[in-house]
Design a protein around this ligand. Structure first.
Ligand SMILES: Cc1cc2nc3c(=O)[nH]c(=O)nc-3n(C[C@H](O)[C@H](O)[C@H](O)COP(=O)(O)O)c2cc1C
Length: 332
């Protein structure tokens, strides 16, 4: 498999990060990604109670001995998050890898993160934010293009252009995503200069992801046309699945609705409940890569299949260049 600065830095078999997911990236999901050979990322914001957060970290350790990360959330929230509290528990429990994401870099926490000897990965959506992450001392940066499921920011840059721009602008290794949903996508971002891929949407249909099976079945039938952007009016643009809830949100936003009117549809509590029902799924982050997700599979199978497909893509490219040295080894 591919050996990159990211697989080396993080100690993972495949250079694949399983994207953190609000309400879904709990202990079992995180451990399943790591056990499958990627990097699982627990979403700390899922835990309001620090003892439950601590228990989730311990549960991951019971389920896997492999590396995992914890995401610190810097997105706007109704109930403001104090990331120092999460960091206290993480330091206490010996967490080794931190991912930060949101509307700013974790400048205020980087001192504590470094002092504790943790690896810091910052996730963002543009060159200027990636440079900022590097300047504060991040060990790696993740960038996601406009195709991605979840927060897209407001720059609207596609993965194909964003990744090489970021690779050319920073020295630290880059993890890239936004539309990576199979091994061809993994090979593509590596070809663009990234040293790892991040996938979220593809994992919505992993067996271990705690979404209702009926929703997963419907997602397997969705195509790349079945996503839309919402919440731009609140300066919190997200790419989500096109369903009754997101249709309604889009309609209300177009009419100029404010937070109060939108809240019954977008609040975390409502969303969380709908993920567990055979309902329309609520406001579910989902990227264009959903068009490539056609069946529900175990996590281990998804990651192994992606690795195999990426190798096949590389072989195909080599065959297009018959005189390339080393082609003999790759031809089969
Ligand atoms: C359902 C869902 C929830 C997500 N929640 C978060 C989140 O809470 N924080 C975050 O940084 N990213 C979140 N993401 C983004 C993923 O971690 C990842 O960056 C993204 O899905 C990668 O792009 P892709 O969907 O095209 O694979 C979420 C994505 C999905 C699909």
């Amino acid at each position: 498999m591919f050996k990159t600065r990211i697989s080396e830095l993080l100690g993972i078999e495949y250079p694949i990060v399983g994207g953190t997911m609000m309400h879904l990236a709990l202990a079992e999901y995180t451990a399943a990604v790591s056990e499958a050979g990627g990097l699982g990322v627990l979403a700390s914001a899922n835990y309001k109670d620090m003892e439950k957060f601590r228990e989730a970290l311990r549960q991951i350790r019971r389920l896997t001995r492999k590396p995992f990360a914890v995401n610190l959330n810097f997105f706007p929230a109704l109930n403001q998050i104090d990331n120092n509290q999460y960091l206290d528990v993480m330091i206490d429990e010996g967490v080794k890898i931190v991912e930060s994401s949101g509307h700013r870099a974790p400048e205020d926490l980087v001192g504590r993160i470094k002092k504790a000897g943790m690896i810091l990965i910052h996730k963002c959506v543009g060159v200027r934010y990636a440079k900022k992450a590097e300047s504060i001392g991040a060990d790696a940066v993740t960038v996601v293009g406009y195709e991605n499921g979840g927060a897209t920011g407001n720059l609207d840059i596609g993965t194909l252009c964003l990744v090489p721009r970021v690779v050319d602008s920073v020295r630290i290794p880059v993890i890239a995503g936004g539309g990576v949903a199979d091994g061809r996508g993994l090979a593509a971002v590596l070809a663009l200069g990234a040293e790892g891929a991040i996938i979220g949407t593809r994992l919505l249909v992993a067996e271990e992801t705690p979404l209702h099976p009926e929703i997963k079945k419907r997602l397997c039938q969705a195509t790349e046309l079945d996503t839309r952007l919402v919440l731009r009016s609140l300066e919190n643009t997200h790419r989500v699945w096109k369903n009754e809830t997101s249709d309604k949100v889009a309609e209300l936003e177009a009419k100029g609705a404010g937070l109060e009117e939108l809240l019954p549809l977008i609040s975390g509590m409502v969303t969380k409940e709908k993920f567990q029902q055979a309902s329309d799924g609520g406001l579910l982050a989902c990227g264009q890569g959903i068009g490539l997700c056609t069946r529900i599979q175990p996590m281990r199978e998804i990651l192994a299949e992606m690795a195999r497909q990426a190798e096949e893509a590389l072989r195909r490219l080599h065959r297009l260049m018959p005189r390339l040295p080393g082609q003999d080894q790759l031809a089969h």
